[in-house]
Ligand binder design. Structure first.
Ligand SMILES: C[S@@+](CC[C@H](N)C(=O)[O-])C[C@H]1O[C@@H](n2cnc3c(N)ncnc32)[C@H](O)[C@@H]1O
Length: 429
């Protein structure tokens, strides 16, 4: 049977919250079951929306259930979250939201519980009370452990960091400078009546409103890619020069590799330990007409797979908590656990130490994360500098602030995702 949008949304949310799948993997598989673009957009809105304000919805729904849904009925809890989200956060008329959600219950094989779903949602609709925000988790819709870490890291601005992480992200494009100048592409966007403006980095373009990529001029030809400006700083800061041999040590899906290849005539090794994700690097290179050596290997044991020269420059875009990109991936708040941070910190240190061996004397390594936690960023780099006598930190002059311990971009700053960069230079002898 074909499932309606609410039933599909309940399945998406279930897979993320109960099975630990990532929203960006699960959502497209479910969207593929809908023929209409508007329906696909509503499915995304409901799934992302629930992730953004989960504690408030969970609390509202749980209070109204005499006993929680368990085992095979657990999916209905997630269906109620979808119902509650529609009532509080969308302009969908309440009668339509309730009847479609009740119909989803039937479609999901729980005919006998349609009355319960109906009853709970009618009760919420009748109450018209504001959602409970009486503790930090309910107020900020952030996990407690992360609020604690952010308070410690940003005593004066943690609330703003959270508020920015709860926003819907803007859409940034990267002009492919091998195809046309940014000014020429901006003119093409204007001709297509897509409002846009130039960003701070050489190739960045900010769209006034997010647009389907298929509506962008010459997207399929590789004229342009979708990439946040914060991520575009990587190629600028790495500053690859013609003829150099470059390593992108954690390359998949290849956004930064491709940008570096667009910016200079270099040889680039795109390395990652995830074969599936590496396929995306090949696809991106193909669309953009770029060439890279693609290597499936462990960045903490490159010796086992690479027998070529050492590298002039290395980009190490390390696996991290992704706490800087919560506005794009709100499921991170619920998938990531406090204990993950220590494990990630150790992995990053191992990869840093090993990749350093593969950097030529005089070479540059750019360490990057999309994290906003000092454990993975400034503290990681301070510890690396302390144990690595031939490493020095080069100041990043990209913004007005002084970046003594690397450059921490906070979410929303100049409309960017949260990111961290540290530029490390290896002594000549
Ligand atoms: C932040 S993502 C990289 C994003 C990529 N640089 C881009 O711009 O498209 C981190 C990557 O590190 C990879 N990774 C994790 N552990 C690794 C390891 N030990 N060796 C190599 N790659 C690893 C993951 O598979 C993931 O693709």
């Amino acid at each position: 049977m074909k499932l309606n949008i609410r039933a599909l949304a309940a399945q998406v949310v279930f897979q993320v919250l109960e099975n630990g799948a990532s929203l960006s993997n699960v959502l497209p598989q479910h969207q593929a079951q809908l023929a209409n673009g508007k329906d696909r957009a509503l499915l995304a809105e409901l799934s992302y929306g629930v992730m953004r304000v989960l504690p408030q919805l969970d609390n509202c729904v749980s209070q109204r259930l005499q006993k929680p849904f368990k085992n095979k009925q657990r999916l209905l809890h997630h269906l109620l979250l979808i119902g509650c989200y529609q009532l509080y956060f969308t302009r969908i008329p309440a009668h339509a939201a309730i009847s479609e959600t009740a119909e989803a219950c039937r479609q999901l094989g729980h005919e006998g519980l349609v009355k319960v779903i109906n009853g709970v949602l009618r009760n919420i609709q009748r109450d018209e009370t504001p959602l409970d925000t009486s503790n930090d988790t309910l107020k900020y819709c952030f996990p407690g452990w992360l609020v604690k870490k952010l308070k410690a890291a940003y005593p004066d601005s943690w609330e703003q960091v959270i508020e920015q992480s709860q926003q819907r992200p803007p859409m940034w494009l990267r002009n492919n400078q091998r195809q046309q100048s940014r000014a020429a592409f901006l003119a093409q966007l204007a001709a297509a009546e897509i409002e846009a403006s130039a960003g701070l980095t050489a190739d960045a373009i900010l769209l006034e409103a997010p647009t389907d990529v298929t509506a962008l001029p010459r997207f399929a030809d590789g004229s342009v890619s979708v990439q946040d400006q914060a991520a575009q700083w990587a190629a600028t800061l790495l500053n690859a020069q013609d003829g150099e041999l470059i390593l992108d040590a954690c390359a998949a899906p290849g956004g930064k590799s491709c940008h570096i290849l667009e910016s200079a005539n270099i040889r680039l090794v795109a390395l990652d330990n995830d074969a599936k994700r590496l396929e995306r690097v090949s696809e991106n290179c193909q669309r953009l007409q770029l060439e890279a050596t693609i290597l499936c290997a462990d960045a903490a044991n490159i010796d086992a797979s690479w027998h070529g020269d050492k590298f002039d420059r290395i980009l190490l875009d390390a696996p991290c908590s992704a706490t800087g990109v919560i506005r794009r991936h709100p499921d991170i708040k619920w998938l990531r656990k406090a204990a993950d941070i220590d494990a990630l910190q150790q992995l990053q240190a191992q990869i840093l130490d090993h990749c350093w061996q593969w950097l030529k004397p005089g070479g540059t390594m750019l360490y990057a994360t999309c994290s906003i936690l000092p454990d993975e960023n400034s503290q990681q780099i301070e510890a690396f500098l302390a144990r690595t006598p031939d490493a020095a930190l080069e100041t990043i002059t990209a913004s007005k602030e002084n970046h003594a311990t690397g450059w921490q971009i906070l979410p929303g700053q100049d409309n960017m995702d949260g990111f961290y960069y540290a530029k490390l230079v290896k002594a000549i002898a």
